[in-house]
Design a protein around this ligand. Structure first.
Ligand code: PEP
Ligand code: MN
Length: 298
């Protein structure tokens, strides 16, 4: 070690900023659906885990009403303890799809096992690779091969180069619909769950043509810090945000501490347009073809 930073990897062939003439835009559900990297932000919101039909429908109604365009939620959960709730699996996928369709939302959900990639791709619009699996190369190939857009979260202690090389694995399958998601990295300081690295947002724009979003929920682990860091992420140039929202955070089976109530999410979204406008962006409009099939609960 001579203390100098490693030179950027020469193996970033497909995802390198110079590999494309302009920054990529990744769209879900066709060109009129939610997009990552365009003028409109992608607002992904929903519970950490799908817990019940009632929970996911109520959350879909609330986040759609507040301005989100993508419903997030885990049906397969990567829990630290094998004794913790592992997710509702296929039932959870079906519940999330139905809830999203009721309110005109796209769906992003995590895939944990290469054997589930095709099943998840049948019902979701975007497949999430969680932080713990960022370097699971078999899983990266499997999600890439589904042809569906992929949300690639940054590993718990991954360098930017390692993260971009993971994206390169997906791109090598012929699927370049990849969005990066900064969700905080391990640090020495337990004051926050992770250390949210917002400097990667403008850094990534210089290294890759892929769009990047920020998850201030896992990035901080503290509900009160989610809105300020979400606004800061947009100010730094993020193409969108991913936020955990729950009808009753205190009773959430996972990540309640960092989950926003419906009212907190709504007031966060109310403060977003001014910050977005300062960097030439706007909140998403409801996408064409999306119909609100049911009124949000009062
Ligand atoms: C999640 O999004 O629910 C999740 C488990 O996130 P991460 O992989 O970033 O920990
Ligand atoms: Mn979570």
């Amino acid at each position: 070690m001579n203390g100098r930073p490693l030179p950027p990897s020469r193996d970033l062939r497909l995802v390198h900023v110079d590999a494309r003439e302009r920054q990529s835009v990744v769209s879900l559900r066709g060109a009129s659906g939610p997009s990552f990297g365009g003028k409109e932000l992608a607002i992904c919101a929903g519970p950490c885990a799908v817990e019940s039909y009632e929970q996911i429908v109520a959350t879909a109604a609330a986040v759609a009403g507040a301005g989100a365009n993508v419903l997030r939620g885990g049906a397969y959960k990567p829990r630290t303890s094998p004794y913790s709730f592992q997710g509702l699996g296929r039932d959870g996928l079906a519940m999330m799809r139905e809830a999203a369709d009721l309110y005109g939302l796209a769906v992003v959900t995590e895939v944990l096992d290469p054997r589930d990639a095709a099943i998840v791709a049948e019902s979701a619009d975007m497949l999430q690779i969680g932080a713990r699996n960022m370097q699971n190369t078999a899983l990266l190939r499997a999600v890439g091969e589904t042809g569906k857009p992929v949300l690639l979260k940054r590993g718990l202690a991954a360098t930017v180069d390692e993260w971009l090389l993971a994206a390169e694995y997906i791109a090598l399958t012929g699927n370049e619909q990849i969005v990066l998601c900064e969700r905080g990295i391990r640090s020495f300081d337990p004051s926050t769950r992770n250390l949210l690295d917002l400097s990667v947002v403008p850094l990534l724009a210089r290294r890759t043509h892929l769009p990047a979003i920020v998850d201030p929920s896992h990035g901080t682990g503290i509900a009160a810090l989610v809105a300020p860091m979400g606004l800061a992420a947009v100010a730094a140039g993020a193409a969108g945000i991913m936020v955990e929202v729950h009808p009753d955070p205190a009773s959430a089976v996972s990540d309640g501490m960092q989950s926003l109530t419906f009212a907190e999410f709504e007031s966060f979204m109310e403060s977003m347009p001014a910050v977005a406008a300062a960097v030439g962006r706007s909140l998403p409009k409801r996408f064409a073809g999306a119909t609100l099939n049911a009124p949000p609960p009062s």
